[in-house]
Design a binder for this molecule. Structure first.
Ligand code: ATP
Ligand code: MG
Length: 370
């Protein structure tokens, strides 16, 4: 059995280019986005953070998605761990309690609902104060900080708005010493976060696409395979596989693994198995059936690269598939569907009337369903 733990494709130049821009001093924050499973977290953790540490930054990393607590608490916790690990344990124990209670309850009996709500709002107040405390502890230290916020779009959710304002205020006055990376998989939400005037982080960080892994990544992976396997993998086949797997590094790694474990079955079989596994997700079915009929029609058009979603053809298709009179569908039908799909982070608006799936695998599933 091969262990593929050490198969990280290092990207030192990319890490350096990020650090370099911070060092030029033109910006103190950056936002980067790419779709799911494209390697953002792996880059941040394995390339960027070690490089930042080498340059003398203290690094705080928080992933706002895989959390057992709310993002505010998590971020402060990570912050404290780095800045003042000793004083932290006590605060943490106090803070965690009410949240843990709520999580455990699931269904909340009516009589204690009020108490829990009070405790929750208490947590919110406490996190505001704690953030200030944490920042003040940081002010007494010497090193610059790199704050890496992964899945940062979570900050834009309504329920986190209080904390988001507090965070922005705290960071505003520390731009010299705290550099921030916001990373996320929802371009729509990140765009809103940095591009809408009423949002706390409006204009706070330039937002740019994360550089995706490409041919060089495939080449290095193939070299690795061929260094350990008796059954060489051809670069051409691997490139084809990468493309069929929607250029998704995670899926490609699974393909490689499959190939190494069953080399005698050959490359084509490894690709077929991997595709079946990654593209026939039960979740897609669930997601699809939870959508309104109009949203499904629109989504299918996007999956099939229909360009003019607002045009006459699109309206005709809506009318035909929904079984309603052409007079009764109009541009609002399309507009509303697109808004719902974007709010659910299923699609991202690229331009007027041009939309793209956030998850290419879902696009493929929609396109090829029955
Ligand atoms: N540089 C790399 N070298 C080797 N494999 C990689 C690399 N980057 C990503 N991968 C593979 O892709 C997988 C997904 O990467 P990662 O979790 O970083 O994606 P992500 O963009 O953060 O996705 P999400 O938005 O779902 O969090 C990794 O677990 C790994 O298998
Ligand atoms: Mg990630």
């Amino acid at each position: 059995m091969y262990m593929l733990n050490d198969w990280h494709f290092a990207r030192p130049a990319l890490a350096d280019s990020y650090l370099h821009l911070f060092e030029l001093g033109l910006t103190s924050a950056r936002g980067l986005f790419a779709r799911r499973r494209m390697g953002k977290t792996e880059f941040l953790k394995k390339d960027f953070i070690p490089a930042a540490e080498l340059r003398g930054y203290v690094v705080v990393y928080a992933n706002l998605w895989d959390l057992e607590v709310d993002p505010a608490t998590a971020l402060i916790a990570e912050f404290y761990k780095v800045v003042e690990p000793k004083g932290f344990d006590k605060i943490w124990a106090n803070l965690k309690l009410p949240v843990a209670k709520i999580k455990a309850t699931g269904k909340i009996p009516l009589m204690i609902e009020g108490t829990l709500e009070a405790e929750l709002s208490n947590v919110k107040k406490v996190t505001g104060t704690l953030l200030m405390d944490a920042m003040q502890a940081f002010d007494k230290t010497k090193k610059p900080m790199m704050l890496v916020i992964d899945e940062a779009q979570v900050l834009a959710y309504e329920e986190n708005s209080h904390f988001c304002h507090a965070l922005r205020a705290a960071l505003d006055i520390r731009k010299e010493r705290i550099k921030v990376i916001f990373a996320g998989s929802s371009e729509t939400t990140l765009r809103k976060m940095f591009g809408v005037a009423s949002e706390p982080f409006y204009n706070w960080a330039p937002l740019e696409p994360f550089e995706l892994l490409g041919n060089e990544f495939v080449e290095v992976m193939v070299e690795q395979v061929n260094a350990i396997s008796k059954y060489p993998l051809s670069l051409l086949e691997a490139q084809n596989a990468f493309s069929q797997l929607k250029n998704t590094p995670e899926f490609f790694r699974r393909y490689i693994e499959r190939y190494l474990i069953n080399p005698l079955d050959g490359e084509a079989a490894a690709l077929e198995t991997t595709k079946n596994k990654v593209f026939s997700d039960q979740n897609f079915k669930k997601q699809w059936s939870s959508l309104l009929a109009a949203d499904r029609v629109i989504l299918a058009m996007i999956a099939n690269d229909v360009n003019d979603l607002h045009g006459k053809m699109a309206l005709q298709r809506l009318s035909a598939e929904l079984g309603i009179e052409l007079n009764d569908v109009n541009k609002n039908t399309t507009q509303n569907a697109l808004r719902r799909l974007a709010n659910k982070n299923i699609v991202t608006k690229m331009d007027y009337g041009v939309y793209q799936f956030e998850d290419e695998a879902f696009a493929d599933w929609v396109k090829h369903r029955d």
